[in-house]
Design a protein around this ligand. Structure first.
Ligand SMILES: C[S@@+](CC[C@H](N)C(=O)[O-])C[C@H]1O[C@@H](n2cnc3c(N)ncnc32)[C@H](O)[C@@H]1O
Length: 352
């Protein structure tokens, strides 16, 4: 009988565990996650058989990481640093001379740990804009210097079976030989849609939560926003509203650049990118396709491909809505974690 080879992984910037959960599904043994946000501990540990360690990645040593890898046949270090420093908005802020964001250095800290630990495999995920940054080019150089084969790609999530038009830069690297990001599994004719993911959930009204699932709760809407959503069409914009419902910022020329705010999703298309503010009707196209409310946090989590029963907070504690929305919007979609896990598992040499 051939021995089942174990890949042990440590997930830096682990959040609520989207990436960890996806990797675990492919048989990679994620043993620990590091994050500075204590509010992520419950979700991370409750749903994944891995320990959450509240520590800043910049302070980690070689030993901190290596202690998790004992007994492993192969090792994986994952690091999905916060994406805000690389987003279009933050780059614009930087060009305008606004203050340097310390999070820019987090990718370098991850690189430094790779240099010290030399795991067999490495993966990272971030916003597409990172691909043009010096810090990413330096990261690639470092991987090449330490003998890694790399592949990276800007992934359009619907191409890999996610019902969300998120685009992410995904990198995988191996010291053991060639590694490639797999080819898409879906095409526009087979994309999963919002209906495929959330249609079966119980109906709730704005401001209401579902008795069986505290995460299936929708934000309250002001009287004017209730009137707005009633006139919003799936996939439409606020241009569909009568003049008296439009706000002053919509009437300004600049407002026209954000036509999808206060929009409704369409049942038969993937959702927009789920953000950390996805539970607010005014923050993007986060209106439910047919109910007069924003999507619930459960719906957002499911569109991020978290399993329906993923628990984000203890049942006996009051949920901190903003913190939960942040965890969900920040997560690597679980399915994307699976795509990464499959590539890594299939890059393990069989004749060990
Ligand atoms: C993009 S999110 C990661 C999402 C996570 N990988 C998932 O799949 O759910 C980035 C995370 O980095 C954490 N973070 C930010 N700065 C950090 C630091 N210096 N050390 C450790 N974690 C940090 C944030 O709290 C946040 O949870």
């Amino acid at each position: 009988m051939t021995k089942q080879l174990s890949i042990k992984a440590v997930d830096l910037f682990c959040g609520a565990g989207g990436l960890t959960n996806g990797l675990l599904k492919t048989g990679i043994n994620v043993v620990a996650g590091y994050d500075i946000e204590e509010s992520c501990r419950f979700a991370y540990e409750y749903n994944n058989n891995a320990v959450f360690i509240n520590r800043c990645v910049t302070l980690l040593t070689k030993h901190d990481i290596e202690q998790h890898f004992s007994g492993a046949d192969y090792t994986l270090l994952a690091g999905c640093a916060p994406c805000q420093p690389f987003s279009t908005y933050s780059r614009a802020a930087k060009q305008q001379g606004l203050k340097f964001d310390k999070r820019w250095t987090l990718l370098s800290s991850f690189g430094n740990l790779i240099k010290l630990v030399k795991p067999d495999f490495v993966t990272m995920e971030n916003v597409p804009g990172l691909a043009d940054q010096e810090v990413f080019k330096d990261f690639l150089l470092l991987l090449s210097k330490y003998g890694y084969h790399t592949d990276f790609k800007i992934i359009f999530c619907p191409d890999y079976g996610m019902a969300q038009t998120r685009k992410r830069l995904v990198l995988i690297a191996s010291r053991l030989g060639e590694i490639t990001i797999p080819r898409p599994t879906h095409n526009p004719n087979t994309y999963l849609t919002v209906a495929d993911i959330i249609k079966g959930l119980p109906k709730i009204a704005a401001g209401e939560s579902c008795s069986g699932d505290a995460l299936h709760r929708a934000s309250r809407l002001s009287p004017i926003n209730l009137r707005r959503i009633r006139t919003s069409k799936p996939g439409g914009t606020w241009l569909d509203w009568p003049e008296e419902l439009r706000s002053n910022c919509h009437k300004k020329e600049s407002g026209k650049t954000f036509p999808s705010v206060y929009g409704r999703m369409s049942w038969d298309e993937p959702s927009p990118t789920i953000t950390t503010q996805c539970n607010g009707y005014g923050n993007g196209r986060f209106g439910h396709p047919s109910q007069d409310r924003a999507i619930s946090l459960r719906e957002a989590a499911m569109l991020q491909s978290f399993p329906k029963n993923y628990q984000f907070h203890p049942k006996d504690k009051i949920a901190q809505i903003a913190a939960l929305a942040k965890m969900i919007g920040n997560a690597v979609p679980v399915r994307l974690g699976e795509v990464v896990g499959q590539s890594i598992s299939s890059a393990v040499p069989h004749n060990h």
